[in-house]
Structures are given as C-alpha cells and as structure tokens.
Write a protein that binds this ligand. Structure first.
Ligand code: NAP
Length: 264
C-alpha cells in the first residue's frame, strides 16, 4: 500500500529508540525525509545512522530535552532553517512513574506533567508554523497511553496526564482544521521498549525473580497475552500520519492487544 508520503518531511521527537525510533524508521521506509530529536546526542547520532541505512536517505538530527523550554526554542530555530515546510510531527516523549498517590508530592506531579504534557505542548508549538506550510495539509501524531482509557494501578500521574493528552488532541484537531492540520493520538498498551525492560529489571531485583517473570506477569491481563512490539505501534503512527487517514482527526486510537476494554 502506498501511503502517499514519499518526499514529505517528518519530525519525530523522542526518536533515538523505542516507538519513536520505529516510527521514524517506518516513515523513512515510506520515502519521507526524516528529522529526529531526543536528548542524548550520541544515541541520536547512532539512530540517525541506522535510519539512513533503513531509508536510504539523509537523516538530520537535533538534541533537545522537551522539559527545557530553552531547548525547544533552539529546536524551533533549527527547524526554521532545516525544514521551511513540515508535513508530519510525531511526538513520542512521555512515560509513567509507578507510584501510589500517597507517594507523590507536588514536585513529582509537576515533573511528570512537564514530561508527558507540557513537553508535548512545547513540541507542537515549535512545529506549528512550519506545519501550516505543508502543501498537502499537516499531520500531528502524539503518543498517549492505554492507561488514559483504562487507568492502571500505581500509575496515577501518567493516567491523569495521558488523559490530558486525549483532551489536547481533540481540542487541537478542531482548532487546527483552519490550517488543514489533522491531529491524532496513538495509545499503546504495554510495549517492549527500554521503558519496560528497565522497569522489569528493577521489579525483578526487588522481588528476587527474573525479568522475564515480570514480563510474563504483566502479560497475563492482556487479552493477547503478550507485550506489543514498538514497530506494531509505529504502524498505526505512520498510518495516521499518511494520506490514507485523510478523514481521521481528533482521535485517540488504541494499539494495546485489547487491554483497555471500555465501551466508550
Ligand atoms: N513502552 C510502553 O509500554 C508504552 C506504553 C504506553 C505509552 N507509551 C508511550 O509511548 C511513547 C514512547 O515510549 P517508548 O516506550 O518508546 O519510550 P522509550 O523507549 O523510553 O524511548 C523514549 C525516547 O524519547 C527520548 N526522550 C526521553 N525523554 C526525553 C526528553 N525529556 N526530551 C526529549 N527526548 C526524550 C529518548 O531518548 P533520550 O533518552 O536520549 O532523550 C528515547 O529516544 C511515550 O509517550 C510513552 O509514554 C509507551
């Protein structure tokens, strides 16, 4: 299937590994020109090299931390030089902290708010003017989480902030129609990236079991009985970023092996 994005320009933030990396790879394989951003310059450089091999084209990168407003200002200036017209923005930064409500103080709430929500807002703001210049109409895809649709135990901060992202997507999708920009979100379930391998290793150490036992335990309540692969989430990201999704906006699409089973 030709997704119609060959020759278009896409920025993926949070792209040196995990779902963001796989999204950048899938976009490059579809022939898009990819720009990538995340914090660690060395990881970013290696990711760009791997993406160049996968897509057969030059991949430009910029190191920035979405929790630092000054970094995003610099990203905006860099983008203005590198991509006078941007067609696709993928925001793949975020995450959860496993903690009960009583363990969280204001600083923990604010840190997670900045990481999951304000960071995304800043990235959208940085890319908006350039997305308005997209000839075919800009597209924004934001990584949410299934936990926003079926709140997980011990993940109250990200449950709340990822739910906020759904509200952001539905608001911006309507607000940006005047610029011909579509805005959607992909809500992954448990996906095997470093986010989970690190968490499983920590829980395994605490409980004196193997990391694979932890993954097995957390797979149990997923109807498909396994974690997702980052490329399975990326496939939806790229579909929403493509012209095949031309009538889809303001949506939050679950790719979660069936874990979030709410009727609404
Ligand atoms: N994996 C899951 O089970 C799961 C489930 C639900 C939702 N999600 C969502 O899916 C998205 C991607 O998750 P993932 O599992 O792919 O994450 P990941 O494997 O931890 O990768 C995160 C990427 O973002 C970059 N990054 C982290 N903090 C950043 C910051 N402050 N500023 C800029 N870049 C930053 C990282 O590189 P650097 O460290 O070099 O910056 C890396 O490239 C997130 O929004 C997450 O909440 C994931």
């Amino acid at each position: 299937m030709d997704l119609g994005i060959k020759g278009e320009t896409a920025l993926v933030v949070g792209a040196s590994e995990g779902i963001g990396y796989e999204s950048a790879k899938a976009l490059a394989e579809e022939g898009a020109e990819v720009l990538i951003c995340s914090r660690n310059p060395e990881k970013l450089k290696q990711a760009a090299e791997r993406l160049e091999q996968a897509g057969g084209c030059k991949v430009r990168s910029f190191a920035a931390d979405v929790t630092r407003a000054e970094d995003i200002e610099q990203l905006m200036r860099w983008l203005e030089n590198e991509a006078p017209q941007l067609d696709v923005l993928v925001s793949a930064v975020g995450g959860s902290r496993r903690a009960a409500f009583e363990e969280l103080d204001d600083a923990a709430w604010l840190a997670n708010y900045e990481f999951n929500l304000l960071g995304t807002v800043r990235v959208v703001r940085a890319a908006l003017e350039l997305l308005k210049h997209s000839r075919a109409g800009g597209r924004i895809v934001i990584l949410g989480a299934a936990g926003a649709r079926m709140p997980y135990e011990n993940q109250v901060v990200s449950n709340v902030h990822k739910a906020g992202l759904i509200a952001l997507v539905k608001t911006l999708g309507a607000e940006f129609q005047k610029y011909n920009i579509r805005v959607n979100s992909v809500s992954p379930g448990r996906t095997l990236t470093s986010l989970w391998t690190t968490r499983a290793a920590r829980l395994a150490e605490e409980r004196g079991v193997g990391a694979e036992d932890i993954i097995k335990e957390f797979s149990h309540e997923i109807p498909m009985k396994r974690f997702g692969r980052p490329e399975e989430i990326a496939a939806m990201v790229v579909f929403l970023a493509s012209h095949k999704a031309s009538y889809v906006t303001c949506q939050s699409i679950l790719v979660d092996g069936g874990i979030a089973r709410g009727l609404i």
